[in-house]
Design a protein around this ligand. Structure first.
Ligand code: ZN
Length: 181
């Protein structure tokens, strides 16, 4: 297994407390905090993939309405998971953290071959990011208590899909932390 990176997807104010609030996401915050602290300590790159929308974005107009608009408080990472100076941030315009964001070249520059996908939502942005990661040959690890969705069913189905279609290794945060150490 090659060098890892942690990708934190859409842990933004609008998704946790704002216009697209996902109540279930609150419980993964302490888990992610623990994982990020460990990753930084062991020099595993931490990359935030954040929605930064224009009002005209397809996803905003056709599906979800205004959320995480570029430059607003709603588009900022929640205070509990505030990025560190050495972390990387990519801004995205739709579900996948790879789509037109420069994430791939960043990962290749860092020598990363294995992605630990975290954040929200298991069946939406995490799933689309996993698809693009799979197409590009990255190994995928998903801590099941480090991702969430709007409902239990969406979360569970999302995890099954990631495992079935992309061969994602579904683990717990503690297992992922143990593997890093
Ligand atoms: Zn969005």
């Amino acid at each position: 297994m090659g060098k890892k990176a942690v990708v934190v997807i859409d842990m933004l104010n609008d998704f946790i407390t704002g216009s697209l609030k996902c109540e279930r996401a609150e419980k993964i915050i302490p888990n992610l905090k623990k994982l990020l602290e460990t990753a930084r300590k062991y020099s595993i790159p931490v990359i935030y993939a954040n929605d930064a929308h224009y009002e005209e974005d397809f996803e905003v107009v056709r599906r979800w309405g205004k959320h995480a608009l570029k430059g607003t408080v709603g588009a900022q990472v929640i205070p509990e998971l505030k990025p560190d100076k050495k972390d990387y941030i990519v801004e995205k315009r739709t579900y996948s953290a790879f789509f037109e964001t420069g994430l791939d070249i960043l990962l290749r520059s860092l020598g990363v071959e294995s992605l630990i996908l975290t954040g929200i939502h298991t069946n939406i942005c995490v799933r689309h990011t996993a698809a693009d990661a799979f197409f590009r040959g990255y190994e995928i690890i998903v801590p099941k208590d480090g991702v969430e969705a709007f409902t239990e069913k969406e979360h569970e189905d999302g995890l099954k899909y990631l495992e079935y279609v992309y061969g994602a290794k579904i683990k717990t945060i503690d297992e992922v932390i143990k593997d890093i150490k």
